[in-house]
Write a protein of this length. Structure first.
Length: 467
């Protein structure tokens, strides 16, 4: 899939459970972090690893990551000692079929989760697997591959005694809760109106209760983790959603962007009647690929062809056209209350410019940091949506990793290999930048004075030098 990971977030939580973006990108135990990664004695270790786009999950002195070895068609889960980089264990499998992914993608994209006793990993080509902390298999649940030529990337998260997994694809989308200990289904709910998206759910604590926040194409919704009931929902998202919802007290922040959803640059499909009159040469009431001469349609033919019969009918066409009509790019703040569809009064503010495709925003000290392709960073006043600054990072690059913060610094990792350190203060100040000369898709992980960076070739540990 397209490196999507829900906008890869840092994989460490301050509680016993750790999962994708559980800490919101704010290091719980930052310590003194290095200002520069190219300084003498800052690199503690570097260990080569097979490719994979999953963010390493840090828990109790170990890093858990997933990898893919293309020549062997092998997926693997790896546990690494955080102090030394030594591999503690590696468990590999070879599925009957590896899911299709985007040309920039990787079948090992979802970030692992850990509850202090078990490690949970998800491969769209195979399913969800559970290991104990020594790598012994506990259970597995087969899912996928899905009908989605970009694959899957939404990561498992943990709440109560459940593992939660959301999978939005072209057909048969669902949200499921599994028992952590046994893998049995606690509940499963269909998402029949969902279209392909890759956002990982978030947990929102509100008035002494918790909800699951699930973002998908066009819609953000709150679910009851006890039974999977959809409690409330709101529209106004992009047609494909990758970033994870961000929580700040009673407010939920959401960002989403997809090509063709900006004002003045919108993509729209003709009505079915117009399309049929234009291309249905054999007058069979359907459109085959060979009949269509529009690159906009041919580029999306696979996802539009829901029954995969090689032809588009009126229902399939109109479903996709409706998604384009309703898609909205932007960043917004929401205060959900009540049940059902939320009214406009729930939206605190909304900004249409500067939204990211993949990275999840960072909320810290009343500021919302957003990075989009090209290295454009927008700092917003989280309370009002006011633009505080809009600046460019070092090196022009696409961004798939999410920003993280610790020790008064914010770290941004660009696809082309440049990691930029920015001061976490009101004024804009770039502290340093470092070019790994390796692709960066996973989000940096911060903990107790250390920075763990995963490239497409290796895993690095940097540590601030002693005074």
């Amino acid at each position: 899939m397209l490196l999507l990971g829900g906008g890869w977030g840092v994989g460490q939580a301050s509680e016993v459970c750790a999962y994708f973006r559980a800490d919101g990108g704010v290091a719980a135990r930052p310590g003194r972090l290095p200002d520069r990664l190219d300084g003498s004695g800052v690199l503690r270790w570097r260990v080569p690893f097979d490719a994979g786009h999953s963010t390493p999950l840090l828990h109790d002195g170990r890093l858990y990551l997933t990898t893919y070895r293309d020549e062997a068609k092998e997926l693997a889960t790896v546990a690494v000692d955080a102090a030394t980089g030594r591999v503690a264990w590696r468990r590999a499998l070879r599925p009957d079929r590896i899911e299709s992914v985007h040309r920039l993608g990787n079948p090992a994209t979802a970030t692992a989760a850990c509850d202090g006793q078990r490690v949970f990993v998800f491969f769209g080509s195979y399913g969800l697997l559970c290991y104990d902390l020594e790598g012994q298999a506990q259970w597995e649940r087969r899912f996928g591959p899905f009908q989605d030529e970009f694959g899957s990337s939404s990561s498992p998260i943990l709440i109560d005694d459940k593992v939660i997994l959301n999978q939005d694809h072209d057909v048969d989308s669902f949200l499921i809760a599994l028992d952590r200990e046994t893998g049995r289904t606690v509940w499963r709910v269909a998402r029949p109106d969902a279209v392909r998206s890759y956002s990982t759910p978030a947990v929102w604590a509100r008035n002494g209760t918790r909800q699951l926040l699930v973002a998908g194409g066009l819609e953000l919704a709150g679910y009851d983790p006890a039974n999977g009931e959809r409690l409330w929902w709101t529209y106004g998202l992009a047609r494909i959603v990758v970033p994870t919802p961000v929580v700040g007290g009673d407010t939920v922040y959401m960002a989403s962007w997809t090509p063709g959803g900006d004002s003045g640059q919108r993509i729209a499909l003709d009505s079915w009647a117009v399309a049929q009159a234009k291309w249905d040469r054999d007058q069979d009431g359907k459109l085959a690929q060979a009949e269509i001469d529009s690159s906009e349609v041919l580029e999306r033919f696979f996802r539009m062809d829901l029954d995969q019969d090689g032809r588009l009918d009126a229902r399939e066409w109109e479903r996709h056209a409706e998604v384009f009509r309703r898609a909205e790019n932007g960043v917004f703040a929401l205060r959900p209350s009540g049940r059902g569809e939320l009214g406009s009064s729930a939206v605190v503010w909304k900004r249409q410019r500067g939204a990211p495709y993949v990275p999840t925003p960072l909320l810290d000290r009343g500021m919302l940091w957003v990075v989009k392709d090209g290295g454009i960073v927008t700092k917003l006043n989280a309370a009002t949506g006011e633009v505080l600054q809009e600046e460019r990072l070092a090196g022009i690059s696409n961004y798939f990793a999410s920003p993280v913060t610790g020790d008064d610094k914010v770290y941004f990792a660009g696809e082309q290999g440049v990691l930029t350190v920015v001061a976490n203060e009101p004024a804009w100040r770039i502290v340093s930048s470092h070019d790994f000369r390796e692709k960066l898709y996973a989000t940096p992980v911060l903990d107790q004075g250390r920075i763990f960076v995963r490239s497409d070739q290796a895993l690095y540990c940097f540590e601030a030098r002693a005074e």
